[in-house]
Write a protein that binds this ligand. Structure first.
Ligand code: ZN
Length: 487
């Protein structure tokens, strides 16, 4: 792929708004269509999507719908405050104890579990997200690629893979294989001081307008610096990609001091998410001991519910569902309310062989939390476990009317159709799950299996035929675009 240098005016002037390249190019010198197309937000998004295919296969990928749902709510709340709200974002979590967060092309922002656990407040976590969001909305990645020169950077894709590989994950083969190459590209990728300052300034605005405590920004970066000293020469990845200077800290301090002070209490969800992540680290029994002692010492800074929730999760992991259920009883007594408590209560019923009871808890919770994805998934799962696939199909069909592009629900539906012995429908649902994740070849394969299944009516059969034509056309279009991009 050839990379064309941009005129500075185009990059700085209009690059800030992620507007379609054709409309912004009006009145500017003609750079050639290829140059505009290569760096358009749409191309960035597609690049990001293909990297995400790899990321989702990474063993460190955390598919937990509750943790993902939480992170995306916080992230989108911040992004909604940016000047150009058209940029789409997807926030995801990687299971990695190092402190890191990074933005990839197309608005995909990754956060390590270590960073979520190290944040001292919700505002600190929001500050890091706001900073990363700002790198995206300011199109820093595209500007960097342009600056680093086309000779050394072969493609956006290689670059982004290098970002991923550069995060310290010695347990991953890709990390080892890419380490050398990654480090070389990483050096070019390090955001400049100007970009860092801009991301701080823009991010601070997002943080403030979203109602978070703006001191979260300096608080977190100061702690990062302390960690950096502890790591000595091996600074956390975040500091390598986002160089932190005394000047930057001073800048932030000045800006924060000039703003009115506003306190923002941590949400219960933030505390529950952290407790859940904490429990997943290390041995289950150690987690039980830790949460028990925090409870005994009443060491929970006002958030008794989060500690009891953590203890219940730890007991569940340790195979003590009945004891965990007693903690859920305590949560009810404390009047703690969260969809995460409902899914846990249901899971504990199910673990003790009462899938019908689990489904009843989730059915009762659904009207209160109609948009909660984890509750919807758990409900289908409990109905299948309870041997009620007919009920489960109804739930998936209603749900997919509101969330047609949710691959996970399509997967659950495929499982349900399979229990009902409906082969055409099973393969069709699987095909949707693949197609929605950009895996077109396996989607075609499933649709062809659906065609051959022979257990559908005329209407279902023709639906499969037309869907197959659509997916094949998309594949051909993609191949053509990839070929054009190489020219
Ligand atoms: Zn940065």
């Amino acid at each position: 792929m050839k990379l064309y240098p941009f005129a500075t005016a185009l990059v700085l002037g209009v690059g800030i708004l992620a507007a379609p390249p054709l409309s912004v190019a009006e009145g500017l010198p003609d750079l050639g269509e290829a140059a505009q197309a290569e760096f358009s937000p749409a191309v960035e998004r597609r690049t990001g999507e293909s990297i995400m295919l790899e990321v989702r296969r990474d063993p460190a990928w955390l598919g937990d719908p509750e943790i993902n749902g939480y992170l995306n709510r916080i992230g989108n709340r911040l992004a909604a405050q940016s000047e150009d709200a058209r940029q789409e974002f997807e926030f995801f979590v990687l299971r990695d104890s190092t402190l890191n967060a990074f933005a990839m092309p197309g608005g995909y922002i990754g956060v390590h579990t270590g960073l979520i656990l190290a944040a001292a407040s919700e505002s600190e976590l929001a500050a890091v997200l706001a900073h990363e969001i700002s790198h995206v909305t300011q199109r820093h990645l595209a500007r960097l690629i342009n600056k680093s020169g086309q000779g050394q950077v072969t493609s956006l894709l290689a670059l982004a893979v290098a970002i991923l590989a550069a995060r310290s994950s010695p347990d991953l083969a890709v990390g080892a294989a890419m380490a050398g190459q990654g480090a070389a590209i990483q050096n070019q990728l390090n955001y400049s001081r100007d970009f860092e300052r801009e991301a701080d300034r823009v991010g601070l605005g997002l943080l403030e307008r979203s109602g978070f405590d703006i001191r979260g920004m300096s608080g977190f970066f100061e702690r990062m610096q302390k960690f950096g000293r502890l790591y000595e020469n091996n600074a956390p990845g975040y500091l390598r990609t986002h160089p932190l200077t005394t000047e930057r800290l001073a800048d932030m301090g000045n800006r924060i001091q000039s703003r009115p002070y506003k306190q923002a209490a941590d949400s219960l969800e933030f505390q529950l998410v952290r407790a859940k992540l904490r429990v997943q680290e290390g041995a289950a029994h150690d987690a039980v001991t830790e949460f028990e002692s925090r409870l005994r010492d009443r060491n929970f800074a006002g958030a008794e519910a989060a500690v009891r929730y953590g203890l219940a999760q730890a007991l569940l992991r340790d195979g003590k569902a009945a004891a965990a259920e007693r903690e859920v009883g305590e949560l009810r007594r404390l009047k703690a309310e969260s969809p995460m408590i409902e899914t846990l209560a249901a899971l504990l019923r199910q673990k003790q062989g009462d899938a019908t009871g689990a489904a009843a808890i989730l059915r009762a919770a659904q009207p209160r939390y109609p948009q909660d994805r984890a509750i919807a998934y758990a409900l289908v799962d409990s109905l299948l476990e309870a041997g009620q696939p007919q009920q489960a199909i109804k739930v998936t069909e209603e749900d997919l009317q509101n969330y047609p592009s949710d691959p996970r629900m399509h997967l659950l539906q495929a499982r349900t159709w399979s229990m009902l012995g409906r082969r055409l429908q099973q393969h069709r649902a699987l095909a949707e799950a693949y197609a929605l994740q950009g895996q077109l070849a396996p989607a075609v394969e499933q649709l062809e299996l659906a065609q051959k299944a022979g257990d559908g009516n005329f209407y279902e059969q023709s639906q499969v035929d037309s869907r197959l034509r659509e997916v094949k056309k998309r594949m051909a279009d993609d191949a053509k675009q990839a070929k054009d991009a190489k020219k």
